[in-house]
Write a protein that binds this ligand. Structure first.
Ligand SMILES: *Cc1c(COP(=O)(O)O)cnc(C)c1O
Length: 350
């Protein structure tokens, strides 16, 4: 991917955000190591260590994530789930009632919810019947007020990798921001795009601890981007957006990356077992290629099968009312035992 020649970040940022003087918290002002008496933040002296405000820029955790993810620390933003980063993209770049964003459809629902909350026009562009994007079609949907294009690969709820050449063409030819959500990239064979985020001035890549890293309850999301974009996110975020319990927990988890690798390999193996078993079911009309920890299956009657599964105590995601996903269920890969329960319940459906 080439550097975008004419990229002008300031022209994309909301003027009030570009000018914003961020809140300066006690822990920002004092950076020295020598002090041992902290009377600067009106904290309680009791109940340590949770009595102290957390590091607002999560420097220890970022150093660890930098090693594991292969992205320089200064190109990392950490947030309260990737959902925080998604919302920040709107608050940094999109003027309410004026600007718009373009996104693939179908995709992850939060891009539209955050657009609606921020009063930003959301322009969905339908994928083709293989759930692939056409770069030209996306670019045609943009105008001079389009600040952001949302891509998600592997895509949710379809499960497939987006074609790399088309993604690259969007990044190369769009003068605004391109976000690629790689929440599921650990389950894919493609090289993650996050390795390009610090060199490509208009690219933001999202990651999360919620899927492969098995920590949805901890709420930790990541954005990888240029130092300038990370600086804008840091200016707009809540000062203490990642609490100290989560920072400590994540440090512990990330000290055992081999454990996470085992989980991911296990899920990938289970996915390969689950796919043929699903395709042999009489209710299966189509099974779509997946590079994620879930699979999209088209069935004979999604609503009735969904309710049958609920009665058996098995919950999947009914995507019947999503565009291009008529009669589709989205099924997460579970443990071998859970997957067997799912298959047993599906075989009972009449
Ligand atoms: C699950 C998911 C996320 C995770 O969001 P968090 O707020 O980090 O839990 C992000 N993007 C997509 C596409 C997802 O499916």
């Amino acid at each position: 991917m080439n550097e975008t020649q004419t990229f002008d970040l300031q022209a994309l940022v909301r003027p009030n955000i570009w000018e914003l003087k961020p809140y300066s918290c006690a822990r920002d002002e004092f950076k020295g190591m020598a002090a041992h008496v902290f009377l600067d933040a009106n904290e309680s002296p009791y109940n340590g260590p949770i009595n102290r405000y957390p590091d607002p820029l999560q420097e220890t955790l970022k150093a660890r994530i930098s090693q594991l993810k292969g992205v320089p620390e200064r190109n990392i933003f950490l947030g309260n789930g990737s959902d925080e980063a998604i919302d920040l993209v709107y608050r940094v770049f999109c003027r309410p009632g004026v600007d718009n964003v373009v996104a693939i459809e179908p995709t992850y629902g939060m891009y539209q919810v955050c657009a609606d909350i921020n009063e930003v026009e959301y322009r969905p562009v339908l994928l083709d019947e293989h759930f692939q994007l056409n770069a030209q079609k996306l670019l045609t949907a943009t105008d001079e007020h389009t600040k952001v294009i949302w891509l998600c690969s592997p895509n949710n709820p379809t499960g497939n990798d987006l074609q790399r050449e088309e993604v690259a063409a969007v990044i190369r030819n769009f003068r605004g921001i391109v976000v690629v959500d790689e929440a599921y990239s650990d389950f894919s064979d493609l090289e993650p795009l996050r390795f390009y985020a610090h060199r490509q001035p208009n690219l933001i890549v999202l990651n999360t601890l919620s899927k492969a890293w098995a920590s949805a309850g901890a709420r930790l999301g990541m954005a990888f981007a240029s130092e300038e974009i990370i600086g804008l996110f840091n200016k707009v975020k809540y000062p203490y957006n990642v609490n100290s319990l989560t920072q400590d927990y994540a440090m512990q988890l990330l000290s055992q990356p081999e454990k996470v690798e085992r989980w991911v390999n296990q899920i990938r193996r289970e996915r390969e077992n689950l796919l043929p078993a699903l395709s042999e079911l009489s209710i299966c009309q189509a099974l779509y290629p997946t590079a994620a920890n879930f699979v999209l299956i088209k069935v004979t009657d999604a609503d009735r099968i969904y309710h049958h599964l609920v009665e058996c105590g098995v919950v999947v995601r009914n995507r019947n009312r999503v565009k291009l996903c008529g009669n589709c269920l989205r099924i997460t890969v579970g443990t071998p035992q859970e997957n067997n329960e799912l298959l047993g319940a599906l075989r009972q459906f009449k």
